[in-house]
Design a protein around this ligand. Structure first.
Ligand SMILES: [Zn+2]
Length: 169
């Protein structure tokens, strides 16, 4: 039986880090001891390319490590821990464009709508916590919006609002 066949059985044809089922391939975890199935993980393209640094790290993708670090497979444990260490040591969790990602995932552009700044900032902080990323301060949040030409305005009752945006349910 080939290594790939064994890995497919072990992983139930799902990426052993993020459970994606697309574009799976054998990933050898160096340094290998036996070169066998125990030194390999079955990974999707997204995981492989980010581990190999051939594509940019998407921290939210790596939420999956919360689960996969408990894997019974040593090669998967090694990869998960390596990736967790890399994420924190290279400071990615601080330099990330969390505000841009948050807008993309949690807010919608809508003419004439308005989102309360307070609510939006709270939602942003929750979203960061879920992704185990440290949120930016509110002034930094506002200046990151400004970079995107989103300007805070004063709404009714002195509530500051983000015009033309809504929070997704
Ligand atoms: Zn994956």
């Amino acid at each position: 039986m080939s290594i790939e066949t064994k890995l497919r059985a072990r992983s139930e044809s799902a990426c052993e880090l993020c459970t994606s089922s697309t574009d799976l391939a054998v990933y050898e975890v160096a340094p290998t001891t036996t070169g066998g199935v125990d030194d390999c993980a079955y990974l999707c393209q997204t995981c492989r390319s980010q581990i190999d640094k051939s594509s940019e790290v998407d921290v939210h993708h790596w939420r999956c490590l919360n689960e996969s670090m408990w894997s019974q497979v040593p090669a998967v444990q090694v990869l998960a821990w390596r990736m967790l260490t890399r994420l924190s040591s290279e400071g990615w969790t601080q330099d990330l464009d969390t505000v841009g990602q948050f807008l993309k995932e949690c807010m919608n552009k809508k003419n004439g709508a308005k989102a309360l700044l307070k609510e939006s900032f709270e939602a942003y902080c929750d979203w960061c916590m879920q992704g185990k990323v440290r949120p930016k301060s509110q002034p930094k949040f506002i200046s990151d919006l400004k970079i995107r030409k989103i300007h805070i305005e004063n709404g009714a009752h002195n509530n500051r609002i983000i015009p033309n945006w809504t929070l997704r349910e």
